[in-house]
Design a protein around this ligand. Structure first.
Ligand code: ADP
Ligand code: TRP
Length: 343
């Protein structure tokens, strides 16, 4: 049996996160996750890993062309929004197939009861998603994503914290079962906890038909803003900004002066929904304008986008190979187990 040796070569912090290509990315995804991912590339230069979790999306997206299109869409969105491949490693999960091997190995040290307690499986089944084995073992694959590059920090939203606990549990079980410290315990780096409301006032989500895509056209934005839920306050009466969906959205896009202007106008009964919606439409359209031009450029440069993903995969795969080779040795599947090799 291997004695406890330090195999983890990452002395510094390494950040990793994944985003599922299971729908068109929306404004909630941007303020709740993507914005922070992009900021972290400067905080952890060379040590930020972001990937498109297309294996995970197979649990919900059954149509091959849709999966391929959504995957490409996420790549374009991230690059347009400022992901810099010189600073962050950006790849498709399926280009690092070692992750599926690690998933299997980890599943052999994981009690089924741990997954029985996962709430996201139950939630998704309740939403009508097919109760496949893949959906049930989703957290195993996520643990493998995180552990395979030996990441130490995982920026995610509140809804993913249980998956991180499961990951730490699995890392601990493996380290203990094989008396090793190959896997560091990854910390959860909570994204801004502000939940972005959708146009109906509930949490914005691709599942609720209440989302505004990041790269919506001007006409789409106009139509969505028109549908934003409002109260029945009479014209000239004050509106409470804290409970108003138009304001909750506006504060994400407007600059501090504009936000103050709307807040004061609402409280004084001087701004009604006609005006506030017009203000929201205007800031929403303007906010992503520079990124939109960049996205169009990238759409016409598919070679560049594919190169970025291939390069990212090369880097991530080297890390993954390093981990899996050691894991194979540790569990008894490595070179030392070949017939005739000296014991
Ligand atoms: P959806 O709810 O549309 O299915 P996902 O679950 O795929 O979105 O979310 C991907 C990431 O975006 C998660 O880390 C999540 O925390 C973040 N996110 C999604 N919706 C919102 C929202 N309305 N407000 C804040 N963050 C969000
Ligand atoms: N489950 C995450 C979500 O739905 C996506 C994801 C897959 C992920 N693998 C990951 C996030 C690894 C962080 C680390 O948002």
């Amino acid at each position: 049996m291997t004695s406890k040796t330090a195999v983890n070569s990452t002395a510094t912090a390494r950040v990793l996160s994944g985003i599922q290509p299971s729908g068109v990315l929306h404004v909630g995804n941007y303020f709740g996750a993507i914005k922070q991912h992009i900021e972290h590339q400067d905080r952890f230069p060379g040590e930020a890993f972001y990937f498109i979790a297309n294996y995970h999306s197979m649990t919900t997206v059954g149509d091959p062309q849709t999966l391929a299109d959504l995957t490409q869409g996420v790549a374009l969105d991230y690059l347009a929004l400022g992901l810099d491949p010189a600073k962050a490693t950006f790849y498709r999960q399926s280009d690092v197939p070692e992750v599926t091997e690690l998933t299997w190995i980890l599943s052999c040290v994981t009690g089924k009861g741990l997954l029985d307690r996962a709430v996201s499986y139950k939630d998704k089944v309740q939403q009508g998603i097919n109760a496949s084995v893949g959906l049930f073992t989703y957290p195993m694959l996520m643990a493998a994503d995180i552990l395979i590059v030996r990441s130490t920090m995982v920026p995610v939203g509140q809804d993913q914290t249980q998956h991180l606990e499961i990951t730490r549990d699995i890392a601990g079980s493996f380290n203990a079962a094989y008396d090793t410290d190959i896997f560091p315990m990854p910390d959860t780096l909570l994204n801004d906890d502000a939940v972005v409301p959708g146009i109906d006032g509930r949490k914005m989500s691709k599942s609720y038909d209440n989302a505004v895509p990041i790269f919506a056209t001007e006409a789409e934005i106009k139509a969505k803003v028109k549908r934003v839920k409002t109260s029945s306050t009479a014209l000239g009466d004050p509106i409470d900004p804290e409970t108003d969906t138009v304001f909750q959205l506006f504060r994400l896009f407007g600059n501090p002066d504009e936000v103050e202007e709307l807040r004061n106008g609402y409280l004084a009964g001087e701004i009604g929904y006609g005006k506030s919606k017009e203000m929201l439409r205007s800031v929403m359209t303007g906010y992503f304008e520079p990124y939109r031009a960049r996205r169009e450029e990238l759409e016409n440069d598919s070679d560049y986008v594919e190169d970025v993903l291939q390069e990212g995969a090369k880097r991530a795969r080297a890390e993954a190979r390093f981990t899996v080779d050691r894991v194979r040795e540790i569990v008894g599947l490595g070179a030392a187990t070949r017939v005739g090799s000296a014991r």
